[in-house]
Design a protein around this ligand. Sequence first.
Ligand code: HSE
Length: 295
Amino acid sequence: MVEVKVPATSANIGPGFDCLGLAVKKYNRFVVEEIEEGLVFEGCEEEFKNEENLIYVSMKKCFDKLNYTPTGLSIKIEGDIPVSRGLGSSAACVVGGILAANGLTGGTLSEEEVLNLAAEMEGHPDNITPALYGGITVSVTEEDRTIYNKINIKEDFKLCALIPDFKLSTDRARAVLPKTIDYKQGVYNIGRVALMISALSSGNLELLKIACKDKLHEDYRAQLIENFYDIKDKCSEFNALSVFLSGAGPAIMVMLRKDDTSFSNNIKKYLDTLRNRWEVLELDIDNEGSQVTIL
Ligand code: HSE
């Protein structure tokens, strides 16, 4: 029996479309066991108790790579990561499934093979890398491989996730993006990604406000998220260090000074005036990444 704990993640961090990501202290836990026969799920909705389940599909990918066929599987899920909100719930299932299957079969896949398989399944590596390794990461795809590096951050900030009661699938949020971008937009984002990494590593947090601006995805996705710009404006008014769409959205992620005590209450009062319900959740960075325990 294997238990895997995987953190929630927030991708892009503003300008770092498909390459920057961070892990936060909110987790999904999967307990997986090989049984005599059948496929048994616990802890998820009826509609996900089948062979299409992303955890199962990810386990199967790993088993296929290892030429292993389990007699049957029991998959228990304790999911704390909200689904389709931009907090890496699908990356958590992919990483959780692959690590669980690898654990059940004796850990034959190397770290690099796990990373590459997971990134290939997800289609981009920005949630997968922090889900596996924690912290704030840069990852790129080079041919079929994911190359990554963890950013050494001066961690004197905390995060606050604003999570709405509506879902937005990544497919839908990617479908509204243009096929090509203007050269100037590329230049705009490249500079800000570099500034973001430099600001995070030096602890020069005043730079984050400019560094988190983006021209590649947020404006296109804003139309899918009611009050997106109003909320961003309010966050700035309440002294956010930076505000950005979390992954493909619809959640919005805010960076705050570690000693900020007023932001959450203020933004909650404002969000309560809106038509949709928004949850306000302060979160710290997870630096551990996924944990596998053989039970
Ligand atoms: N980089 C991805 C996107 C993250 O913005 O579409 C969501 O999976």
